[in-house]
Ligand binder design. Structure first.
Ligand SMILES: *Cc1c(COP(=O)(O)O)cnc(C)c1O
Length: 346
């Protein structure tokens, strides 16, 4: 039975063109700055995001950690969302490894932080308090239904940061999904953040890697922090080769994933026993709830697995499905049919 794997866009496999490019990549020792393929990927990424420089890292988590270690010293405070990936899902790395103090604020349903909340969270200059140093935004917002932040919102946060001498880092794991969904150039976002990380290994389908982009001196300092966390890789051009293919050919197709997610949402919303607000689905992430009197989310996940459909349960009622390269409209139809069958078979 063919498995329809909607657990995450991280399950994507490299394309044939990527495998070819990886096999043929020119390599060197990247810690010595000698890997031409890594150097080229970093140049392309910096240029695409309109930043001075970029550094290749092993994962989105490493990109965020290295960014925070570079922006903040021990005891410095970071304002971020309580549903932010960097707060919830990165093993507390900022605190464990950087002595950085998180100041979580309520994420609104659209993934934003209220400007007033940010304003009141900024610490006055008083020896009792940690020093507020950084604001972290997430675009698209994974836990908030994959909602993309608007360029105007990012501008407003950036202006507030500047008024208060703070820096902004954006966890842009899916920043190209945000750009494609709103039909804007990614620069519309990146002009309103000091640094940004994005993943090659999600919808862009690479096997491994993320890039952290920002000002030249920031990226130079980030390289030292990447080394400190064990992220200095040697002939990493084998990975970067796939990244170049991704940035050159895999961005526009994200629109297909968004269309498939919307279609899946429409199909699921029609199933009695499933609650889902189709309007909230704006990119490639679909959250939906199983009504508790019908079936628990873990039970629904288990039964779907027997039908060859893999999704994640995120709590007792909620499930998440993510569309990506390799998932076609027919797969989405089959997945929705499986949900209907499993729920109808009670
Ligand atoms: C996936 C993800 C990350 C981390 O990426 P990994 O490569 O899995 O470490 C960071 N932020 C967001 C919003 C993500 O969705």
């Amino acid at each position: 039975m063919k498995k329809i794997d909607l657990r995450s866009d991280t399950v994507t496999l490299p394309t044939p063109a990527m495998r070819q490019a990886m096999a043929n990549a020119e390599l060197g020792d990247d810690v010595f700055g000698d890997d031409p393929t890594i150097n080229r990927l970093e140049e392309i990424a910096a240029q695409k995001l309109n930043k001075e420089a970029a550094v290749f890292v092993a994962s989105g988590t490493m990109g965020n950690l290295v960014a925070l270690l570079t922006h903040c010293g021990r005891g410095d405070e970071v304002i971020l969302g309580d549903k932010a990936h960097s707060f919830r899902a990165e093993a507390g790395g900022m605190a464990a490894l950087g002595g950085i103090h998180p100041m979580p604020l309520a994420n609104q349903p659209d993934g934003t932080l209220k400007l007033d909340d940010i304003r009141s969270a900024i610490r006055p200059d008083d020896e009792h308090y940690p020093k507020t140093r950084l604001i972290v935004l997430e675009n698209t917002h994974n836990a908030c239904y994959g909602t993309p932040l608007l360029p105007a919102y990012m501008q407003a946060v950036f202006a507030l940061a500047r008024e208060n001498n703070l820096r902004v880092h954006t966890d842009g794991a899916r920043i190209f999904n945000a750009a494609v969904a709103q039909n804007v150039d990614v620069r519309e976002f990146t002009q309103s953040t000091d640094s940004i990380s994005f993943c090659l290994s999600k919808g862009l389908s690479c096997p491994v890697g993320s890039l952290l982009c920002g000002p030249r001196d920031f990226i130079a300092a980030a390289r030292r922090n990447r080394k400190a966390v064990g992220g200095g890789m040697r002939q990493a051009g084998v990975l970067a080769a796939a990244g170049i293919v991704a940035l050159e050919t895999m961005i526009d197709r994200l629109a297909e994933d968004h269309a498939h997610a919307k279609y899946l949402a429409e199909q699921l919303a029609d199933i009695p026993g499933i609650d889902l607000d189709v309007d909230r689905v704006k990119t490639n992430i679909v959250f939906f709830d199983a009504q508790p009197n019908v079936m628990s989310a873990p039970e629904l996940r288990k039964r779907l697995e027997r039908e060859g459909v893999l999704i994640l349960d995120t709590n007792a009622t909620r499930l998440r499905a993510v569309t990506h390269y390799g998932i076609e409209r027919a797969d989405v139809e089959d997945a929705a049919r499986a949900v209907k069958k499993v729920i109808g078979n009670l």
